[in-house]
Design a binder for this molecule. Structure first.
Ligand SMILES: [Zn+2]
Length: 119
């Protein structure tokens, strides 16, 4: 095996990356299921009638949002480590336990994080 892929991540950061990658797989599986039911199309007037449809759409949105946040967090962890986007301080364990793809420490819980990656 070549000495690549895992740079200088400490074990804590590595652990979060692993957890997030697992979570990402779950989300992607869920997104595939959602899409089987209804792939969102440009049909504003046509299919607006049912509440179920709206519910389904918001579920897909949630999954996509979550997927985006997980990918962003993985990228951040790999590049910068387990640090707050705002102050650069360590992100507390309690913070991760509540919200795994956290980008900020408890003190900066409510800061807006720009969309670092665009995928
Ligand atoms: Zn902070």
């Amino acid at each position: 095996m070549a000495n690549e892929g895992a740079p200088n991540l400490d074990s804590e950061t590595r652990n979060y990356v692993d957890l997030l990658e697992k979570k990402l797989q779950e989300i992607e599986a869920a997104i595939v299921n959602d899409s089987d039911v209804s792939e969102p199309t440009v049909s504003d007037d046509a299919a607006e009638s049912s509440e179920e449809r709206a519910e389904q759409d918001s579920l897909i949105d949630n999954h996509r949002r979550e997927r985006f946040e997980i990918i962003r967090a993985i990228k951040w962890l790999k590049e910068k480590g387990n640090v707050c986007y705002v102050c650069g301080g360590p992100i507390e364990k309690q913070r991760r336990e509540v919200y795994l793809p956290a980008m900020t420490c408890l003190a900066h819980l409510r800061e807006e994080i720009p969309e670092i990656i665009s995928e």
